[in-house]
Design a protein around this ligand. Structure first.
Ligand code: DP6
Length: 331
């Protein structure tokens, strides 16, 4: 029986310099280079099987078979690999997200990076990590960065052939993140839709590419210096610049909720108590706190009375993709 199987784990990542806006929707080419930290605590594990016995593409996520629209996204992505391998077989994708539902984090980054790795292994394409990151990009922009561990830069590149992630720093030092979940509901405006609307209608957006490139350079210097205060200041400022572009879109919208603002104030309060704690926020209300990992438990303890200990999760930096022999047991 002709069957090809691949299994891969990929970790999620949180951007310190945000990707916000595409210059090509189809190829997912970003307006600006950006940079993230891969997190150890949150990941996807995905198995793909290509076989003559599989009648049509199917996709199971966390134990539930997914509907046509979800299968279609997967199929279109897997087609890129089928074309490369010149294989015409249908596939079955089984995936588990190890992102506690309470974390309310987007999983598209780890999901598409894990699927890219699984397809690479199954179809014996032997793609190097850079090529894999370019392909992961086609599923979701942030997936580009999840191929690698530590601090990762996604270079915007000049086209499909060089818009890819590169490892920047292994983050093998005292750094981490605390994720504060304020709302786990599916977001009303996806990042994809939100950034498109912003690019099209915010008069402030024209400032974004240039300012982002400058902040990225500064962030890279701050990481190299392992200067967490400097990194944090840039991360906070860049996150707010992103949220300012949505507030200036037409019609305006925002991902910030009342509780997000409270959390931001709480993070500033932590700094007054001597913690190195800095916030960032993505296309949702949850707040991620950059800090030395050694301070993460104390930060959780300090925030727990106001926000609830069950809504706070600490993570160390995480690794790049890992190929697996078998899909681990999941209950
Ligand atoms: C705010 O990667 O989810 O998290 O490429 O359309 O799938 P698509 O968008 P996605 O956008 C992430 C946006 C962000 C910032 C970031 O992760 O850099």
């Amino acid at each position: 029986m002709e069957e090809y199987r691949g299994i891969c784990r990929a970790h999620t990542n949180i951007a310190l310099i945000k990707y916000w806006g595409k210059r090509d929707d189809e190829l997912i080419l970003p307006m600006n280079s950006n940079l993230s930290l891969t997190l150890d605590r949150f990941y996807s594990e995905t198995q793909v099987r290509f076989s003559k016995d599989i009648v049509e593409d199917c996709f199971q996520l966390d134990g539930e078979w997914q509907d046509n629209s979800e299968v279609e996204k997967i199929s279109r992505f897997v087609d890129l690999f089928r074309q490369l391998a010149q294989v015409d077989l249908a596939c079955e994708v089984i995936s588990y997200n190890h992102v506690p539902t309470a974390a309310g984090l987007a999983s598209s980054a780890s999901a598409f990076a894990a699927l890219a790795g699984a397809c690479n292994q199954a179809l014996r394409l032997d793609l190097d990590p850079l090529a894999l990151s370019r392909l992961a990009r086609r599923g979701s922009g942030s997936a580009t960065r999840s191929i690698f561990g530590g601090f990762v830069e996604w270079e915007k590149g000049s086209g499909d052939h060089d818009s890819q992630a590169v490892p920047f720093d292994d983050a093998n030092w005292d750094v981490g993140m605390v994720v504060l979940t304020l709302n786990t509901k599916k977001k009303a405006i996806s990042s994809r839709r939100g950034m498109k609307h912003t690019v099209a209608t915010s008069p402030f957006y024209q400032l974004w590419p240039q300012v982002s490139e400058e902040k990225l350079l500064e962030m890279k210097a701050a990481i190299k210096a392992r200067d967490l205060d400097w990194m944090g200041e840039i991360a906070e400022s860049h996150a707010m610049l992103m949220h300012a572009t949505t507030l200036s879109a037409n019609p305006a919208f925002t991902y910030l909720e009342a509780e997000s603002l409270k959390a931001i104030e709480a993070v500033k309060g932590l700094r007054q108590q001597g913690y190195k704690a800095y916030f960032t926020m993505d296309a949702g209300p949850n707040v991620k706190i950059l800090c030395p990992y050694s301070q993460s438990q104390a930060i959780i303890d300090a925030l727990a009375p106001e926000f609830g200990a069950d809504r706070l999760i600490a993570s160390r930096p995480g690794p790049g993709i890992q190929y697996l022999e078998a899909l681990p047991d999941h209950q």
